[in-house]
Write a protein that binds this ligand. Structure first.
Ligand code: IPM
Ligand code: MG
Length: 330
């Protein structure tokens, strides 16, 4: 089993080593190949990710990835490595489970966001003629069918009852219109799963006011990006969410948050999102201990042990990991 590890930028290497420590503590010793892609590589070699790197990623059985910086000031010469990987490996489905922890401000949240991951407003097709800037919002029938079918299969396999299609088809009649049309068509093939729809602005409102009515939220690329950060606030911190990016041939696990440049090197980053992402990888490989790690994180939060700064505590990243590993041993 070959796992490609991307330690990433900013707090990435700190939370990645925290995660790998947790994985070794449960006796998970696959073959790791480390890839230094991102800002540092760009500074050294003037390229953020190479064809060779992509080949290694394509060959791996799974990819474990920390966040990577995309500096906006370099927009002409440095496109997002994260988006490049998603597109090149056709990781078309981005799954972001939102589940309350004992420290979460909103209790009993149990929502899964499924985000189309390869097109929409993040198509990367942009122009600027000196006066007008445009970004093309590309929605294809093919990618919409792929993600909608994926979402219904996911709901069936994970005992989910309802899928809500989140869009803005009243305004973006072509792009969201197509996404919604495909959703309604595919939904007919799955009578056992309830389906409904919400306009994206209303969805943001519902997530805060009536989250218990929501189950699986299926949406396009940028809406999914924004709503998952809103979801992280319901759970208590951006540092708490892990995600799965799935394609036909590859799978990548990463936290939802960014590189947190303000706290780099201080040993105070919350590694939970990265650790949770790695537990999804264990699930994927059929290693039972993933669930145990998640339960132990719950226990740790329930006892309010070693909370990191984002959660109002004083623990360091290393304290958190030590406590987690000790609790699992007990
Ligand atoms: C995320 C991130 C990425 C995205 C960035 C880093 C490209 O915000 O995974 O949510 O926009 O998808
Ligand atoms: Mg995001």
């Amino acid at each position: 089993m070959l796992i490609a590890v991307i330690p990433g930028d900013g707090i990435g290497p700190e939370i990645m080593s925290a995660s790998l420590e947790v994985l070794s503590s449960i006796g998970f010793f696959p073959e790791y190949v480390y890839l230094s892609v991102g800002l540092d590589k760009w500074k050294r070699e003037n390229i953020a990710i190479s064809e060779d790197d992509l080949d290694v990623l394509k060959r791996a059985d799974a990819i474990l990835k920390a966040p990577i910086t995309t500096p906006p000031s370099m927009r002409n010469s440095f496109s997002s490595v994260t988006l490049t990987i998603r597109k090149e490996l056709e990781l078309y489905a981005n799954i972001r489970p939102l589940q309350s922890f004992p420290i979460s401000p909103f209790k009993d949240i149990n929502i899964v966001i499924i985000r189309e991951n390869t097109e929409g407003l993040y198509s990367g097709v942009e122009t600027f003629n000196g006066k007008t800037a445009t970004t093309k919002r590309i929605i294809t029938k093919k990618a919409s069918e792929r993600i909608v079918n994926f979402a219904f299969q996911y709901a069936l396999n994970n005992w989910r009852k309802k899928i809500t299609c989140v869009h803005k088809a009243n305004i973006m009649k072509m792009t969201c219109g197509l996404f919604k049309e495909v959703f309604l068509e595919v939904a007919e093939k799955y009578p056992e799963i309830n389906s409904d729809e919400l306009l994206v602005d209303n969805c943001a409102f519902q997530m805060v006011s009536n989250p218990e009515n929501l189950d699986v939220l299926l949406t396009t690329n940028m809406f999914g990006d924004i709503l998952s950060d809103l979801g992280a606030a319901l759970i208590g911190s951006l540092g708490l969410l892990g995600s799965i990016n799935i394609g036909e041939k590859s799978i990548l696990f990463e936290p939802v948050h960014g590189t947190a440049p303000d706290i780099v090197g201080k040993n105070i980053a919350n590694p939970t999102g990265m650790i949770i992402a790695s537990t999804y990888m264990l699930d994927f490989f059929g290693v039972k201990k993933g669930e145990k790690i998640r339960k132990t994180i719950n226990k740790l939060f329930g006892n309010r042990l070693d909370l990191t700064k984002d959660l109002g505590g004083k623990a360091t990243t290393k304290d958190f990991v030590r406590t987690l590993i000790n609790l699992m041993d007990n």
